[in-house]
Write a protein that binds this ligand. Structure first.
Ligand SMILES: [Zn+2]
Ligand SMILES: [Zn+2]
Length: 325
């Protein structure tokens, strides 16, 4: 990771995005995700009142993909990849983002993620369940209704497989993964006077590529969402709201990001070495309209940051958790 904070001093003549529209209606008759509306192909959404899950009408992966494989002398190998893509609507309200949802509704979202992870992961041919959310047009999400997707596949994706091999070689359950060690380093020294309950989660930049990237970790070792206690799930719902509120406050805009969970593979093994965590990748760099681009040197050599991770963390600490947008 190359850190070049002096880069933000250069005048910006590059692409400037349109600031996202602030106000959205509670219900949009033209939105294919809103309750009671028709989707492509004529399927009508039910009048859902909390979360709503359906099969993606434009799935990138399909369960009926025929098994196929080509192998050019073991060098060039291609295999077909069956999978299932589902869409999760967070709320019947068209206008609500995570930062504007109430904690009980977000807890419902957490529970829906867990149910989806368990249901899809239980299928014998599904070895990996990827849950993610793209927020905002800048991250490729054209619909303002809050949604997350899950994309289970037969194989563990390359980045995940790489992640796993980087973990400590010892596989005993008592050996924390390297992330767990990282949060211990990053933890503030315990204060003798503080009687507050110790936090169940930690969030901080960790080798962040994106300007305000955040890693979210449970303090207690767990391998996936379904191992979280009721209190940890409540806390996760609260943190989702607090962190996205801070993001919104940063540039006074409904902040775009990609959020995703890295959970243990669902290949039937226990994977005690896997430390469950979440990544927030927001693209904005200087303002509501100037984003970070990963081009040239970043594509060819290594990621490069225009602000230090410490400065980004300080900005996120400053902005506060009361919604100001
Ligand atoms: Zn909608
Ligand atoms: Zn990860």
């Amino acid at each position: 990771m190359l850190v070049s904070p002096h880069r933000t001093e250069r005048p910006w003549q590059g692409q400037v995005e349109k600031a996202a529209a602030h106000s959205q209606p509670v219900y949009d008759p033209e939105c294919y995700l809103c309750p009671g509306n028709s989707r492509v192909g004529g399927v009508r959404n039910p009048d859902y009142t909390s979360t709503f899950v359906f099969e993606n009408d434009f799935a990138a992966l399909r369960p009926d993909t025929p098994v196929d494989r080509c192998d050019e002398r073991g060098l060039l190998v291609a295999e077909s990849e069956p999978g299932i893509c589902r869409v999760i609507c967070f709320s019947p309200r068209h206008d609500l983002t995570v930062s504007r949802m109430e904690a009980p509704a977000l807890r419902q979202v957490v529970d829906t993620w867990i149910a989806q992870y368990q249901e899809l992961g239980a299928l014998a041919w599904i070895n990996h369940v990827q849950i993610f959310e793209n927020r905002g047009a800048m991250m490729g999400c054209s619909n303002p209704t809050r949604t997350a997707r899950s994309g289970p596949t037969t194989r563990c994706p390359t980045s995940r497989a790489r992640n796993r091999t980087r973990k400590p070689r010892t596989r005993a359950p008592s050996t924390p993964a390297c992330f767990a060690t990282t949060w211990r380093w990053s933890a503030p020294p315990p204060s003798a006077s503080s009687a507050a309950t110790p936090p169940l989660w930690r969030w901080f930049p960790f080798g962040p590529v994106w300007p305000f990237e955040t890693l979210l970790l449970p303090v207690r070792h767990s391998t996936a969402l379904d191992e979280l206690t009721a209190t940890e799930r409540d806390d996760l719902a609260g943190i989702l709201k607090r962190l996205t509120t801070r993001y919104d406050n940063l540039f006074q805009v409904s902040f775009p990001y990609s959020l995703g969970f890295h959970q243990r593979p669902t290949d039937g093994q226990a994977h005690p070495e896997w430390h469950f965590h979440a990544h927030f990748y927001p693209p904005l760099l200087r303002s509501a309209t100037v984003r970070k681009f990963l081009v040239g040197y970043e594509m060819l050599a290594m990621p490069q940051r225009d602000i230090t991770p410490e400065a980004a963390a300080a900005r996120l600490r400053e902005v506060g958790e009361i919604h100001a947008v």
